[in-house]
Design a protein around this ligand. Structure first.
Ligand SMILES: NC(=O)c1ccc[n+]([C@@H]2O[C@H](COP(=O)([O-])OP(=O)(O)OC[C@H]3O[C@@H](n4cnc5c(N)ncnc54)[C@H](O)[C@@H]3O)[C@@H](O)[C@H]2O)c1
Length: 310
């Protein structure tokens, strides 16, 4: 099958591209390398160094005729969205509209979309179910939520199928420390350099950490399932920041120095996303335990040191 992955040189995208190629799909990547790296894309993928906002995206889609588009390219840094909401909207909304316009013209069958737990804001209770969305606390949350709306509208108007996944905190090798939900990447890097970990608040705040390999599996399963659905993509398990560090100590076989600072203003106390709908729609559930996922992340970090390092 022809599959186009926008953001395929990024953290989640590059893992997805590897899996697609291994499964024999003709895989096309569009990425402007704003946070991704060309070197993360296997040589047998077809590669376009292109901004999704560039009109030439239409030519690529016309030329390559993807049956499925997995749309991962985005402005995904919350503080950037606060500083420059227009830029955020340009990439996350205008960029998506351009992609959907090209998709309808070329009769793309389905678009898989990366949404986010940020659409829930500060949840009233956990686990969070899909109906609780709409508490939008940053321009990033607004633009991602708007994207879900555009997908529904394009399905209604033109019959393009979609699955929108609201990712919990995705972690794994190649994650950038600054991206949406990058705490595992930050801590992994600090531990590797023997530095003190600074925890915002008491460390008892919880998050739902899902390994990137599980995320890519779910996205591939959605190629022929869960049409026109919005699904949490999560483990459904809360892990506190203190527990996360305990686990990291185990996989790194070291003790780390911890320093507790003031809580970060606006930080959500508990975030854990129900995955009942996803399990039902995809007939699948995440496979990696936190320990297994962190071990794979630690090994991956050792193997693929960030660029410029010896
Ligand atoms: N990692 C998480 O925990 C998480 C959580 C929620 C949602 N998401 C979403 O998942 C998607 C992938 O995230 P990631 O963690 O792999 O981030 P990432 O930054 O590693 O990947 C994004 C990729 O998109 C590319 N890109 C950005 N803007 C582009 C543009 N205008 N044109 C072309 N390419 C562009 C970047 O170069 C990068 O390769 C994003 O849409 C993000 O919002 C991620």
């Amino acid at each position: 099958m022809n599959v186009l992955v926008t953001g395929g040189a990024g953290f989640i995208g590059s893992h997805l591209v590897e899996k697609l190629l291994a499964a024999g799909h003709r895989t096309i990547v569009v990425d402007n390398e704003s946070s991704g790296l060309r070197q993360y894309v296997p040589a047998d993928a077809i590669y376009y160094n292109l901004d999704i906002c560039d009109e030439r995206l239409r030519d690529v889609i016309k030329e390559e005729k993807p049956e499925i588009i997995v749309h991962l390219a985005a402005q995904s840094v919350v503080p950037v969205s606060v500083r420059d909401p227009a830029l955020d909207a340009q990439i996350n909304i205008q960029g998506l509209i351009g992609l959907l316009e090209a998709a309808r013209q070329q009769q793309v069958r389905k678009v898989i979309y990366a949404s986010t737990a940020a659409v829930y804001g500060e949840p009233a209770s956990v686990p969070i179910v899909e109906e609780m969305a709409g508490h939008l606390l940053s321009p990033y949350a607004v633009s991602k939520y708007a994207g879900e709306g555009y997908l529904a509208a394009y399905h209604h108007l033109y019959g393009i199928a979609y699955t929108a996944f609201r990712f919990a905190n995705v972690y794994g090798p190649r994650q950038l420390a600054k991206s949406d939900g990058g705490v595992v990447a930050i801590f992994t890097e600090l531990i590797r350099y023997g530095k003190t970990l600074t925890i915002n608040g008491d460390g008892e705040q919880t998050r739902d950490f899902i390994f990137v390999g599980d995320v890519t599996d779910a996205m591939i399963r959605a190629f022929d399932k869960a049409d026109n659905q919005v699904l949490n993509l999560s483990t459904g398990l809360p892990t506190s920041i203190n527990q996360l560090i305990d686990e990291l100590e185990q996989v790194a076989r070291t003790r780390v120095a911890r320093e507790y600072g003031p809580p970060r203003p606006g930080d959500i106390r508990h975030s854990c996303l129900s995955n009942e709908k996803m399990k039902q729609q995809l007939a699948w559930e995440p496979r990696y335990t936190l320990r297994q996922g962190l071990a794979a992340t630690w090994e991956g970090y050792e193997l693929e040191k960030p660029p410029g390092e010896k």
